[in-house]
Design a protein around this ligand. Structure first.
Ligand code: SAH
Ligand code: SF4
Length: 381
């Protein structure tokens, strides 16, 4: 493997792992090389899984030596891997400067969805979210974001020629708010779609946002991935409490921006996925379902209901199966396409931000959780 960047050198090495095709071409032009080298290097990294520059035999010896001096290909480090009885696999990943994030692979019939993190923690502090409770630490680099895809494939030894595809779908629904780390997320998503890298169809890469409207407006200009918005309430009054960014960008603004996003796509059949986390006694009553049906009438969407994943000291509870069914029925009767997210990987706390939440807690880095006595110790080694 390439030697890690020498911390004593003034100029840090460029991590080629996170460069999109265009950025990689720019990089080679800047170092006085031909543009087509970018294609070769992308294929080595993302098709063959090779991160040792010495192994990139078609680059020629002198170019390899030049690259070794100024560049590196460095994925983030896996701290631990957790396999659930239902096939879900979760990794705790350490990124530069010591932050921890999670990546989860959820196999389902005919596909496998990788849930990717975009930030260490999150500044938006949604009231029901374990990641939000950790506060914001930092943005992930593009290399750390696409590195999660690379690591997942590597972990199944699936860069081998002829290996079947491990990751068929990617959702930017791990830790963090992707639109608050715009440039790095866009570069990483470009690589997900790029044929010289992972070649996923734009329908199979989904960005989920809690509603950073100006950034969503910008996204429409540079990306064609699928869009999910985290609504969670039919009224501003309730959403203000659950998703604080609603006070800045209320529901009507978010719905309009999301509609503009899909209207800007060439593919006119696309719809917005509306995510709605159901929390017992808070937003799961029939009045909320009816309110949601009215709010979204004629809106080009499908609805994804997510029963709340409990975590210690959240103060919230998951609704009963009956409550979820009743809510679902109102929406189905109103003509919506509605899915209910089944809970996967419960035995490994695979839901958004949960395991890191507990690890961070154990290492006493979370002020807000420090006083809690009953946090389950999770083995991370
Ligand atoms: N920051 C982005 C993406 C990450 S969260 C966003 O908020 O959309 C991915 C989804 O999981 C969001 O819809 C979020 O609201 C939801 N979520 C967060 N914590 C949850 C919990 N404890 N139970 C159920 N869903 C949760
Ligand atoms: Fe951040 Fe999304 Fe969690 Fe809200 S739900 S705190 S936006 S990660």
């Amino acid at each position: 493997m390439t030697a890690p960047a020498n911390s004593t050198t003034a100029q840090p090495r460029v991590n080629l792992l996170g460069l999109s095709l265009r950025q990689m071409e720019q990089f080679f032009l800047e170092i006085g090389e031909k543009k087509f080298r970018a294609q070769q290097v992308l294929k080595w990294i993302h098709h063959a899984g090779v991160i040792d520059i010495e192994e990139m035999t078609n680059l020629g010896k002198s170019l390899r030596e030049k690259l070794l001096a100024i560049a590196e290909i460095r994925p983030p480090e896996i701290v631990s891997q957790h396999d659930s009885g239902d096939g879900t696999r979760k990794w705790i990943i350490r990124v530069d400067e010591g932050g921890l994030v999670e990546t989860v692979l959820i196999p389902e019939a005919g596909r496998a969805t990788l849930c990717v993190s975009s930030q260490v923690g999150c500044s938006l502090d949604c009231s029901f979210c374990s990641t939000g409770k950790q506060g914001f630490q930092r943005d992930l680099s593009a290399a750390e974001i696409i590195g999660q895809v690379w690591l997942a494939i590597k972990s199944y030894d699936a860069f081998r020629p002829g290996a079947s595809r491990v990751v068929s779908n990617v959702v930017m629904m791990g830790m963090g708010e992707p639109l608050l780390n715009f440039d790095n997320v866009v570069a990483a998503m470009d690589l997900m779609l790029e044929d010289l890298a992972y070649g996923l169809s734009k329908r199979r890469v989904t960005l989920s946002t809690s509603g950073v409207v100006p950034a969503l407006d910008r996204l429409a200009e540079v990306s064609e991935v699928s869009l999910a918005i985290s609504l969670h309430a039919p009224t501003d009054e309730l959403r203000d409490q659950l998703v604080p960014i609603n006070r800045k960008y209320p529901i009507a603004m978010l719905l309009q921006s999301a509609r503009n996003y899909i209207d800007a796509q060439r593919d006119k059949k696309r719809v917005v996925t509306v995510e709605y986390t159901l929390i017992a006694g808070v937003n799961d009553q029939l009045e909320h379902a009816r309110g949601l049906a009215t709010l979204l009438k004629d809106y080009p969407c499908k609805i994804n209901l997510i029963p709340f994943n409990a975590f210690p000291q959240s103060g919230y509870e998951r609704p009963s199966g009956n409550a979820v069914s009743r809510f679902w029925q109102v929406l189905v009767d109103a003509g919506f396409v509605v899915t209910v997210r089944t809970t996967r990987g419960d035995d490994i706390d695979a839901a958004c931000g949960q395991l890191v939440g507990q690890v961070v807690d154990r290492t006493k880095r979370s002020e807000r959780y420090r006083a809690t006595a009953d946090i389950q110790a999770i083995q991370v080694s």
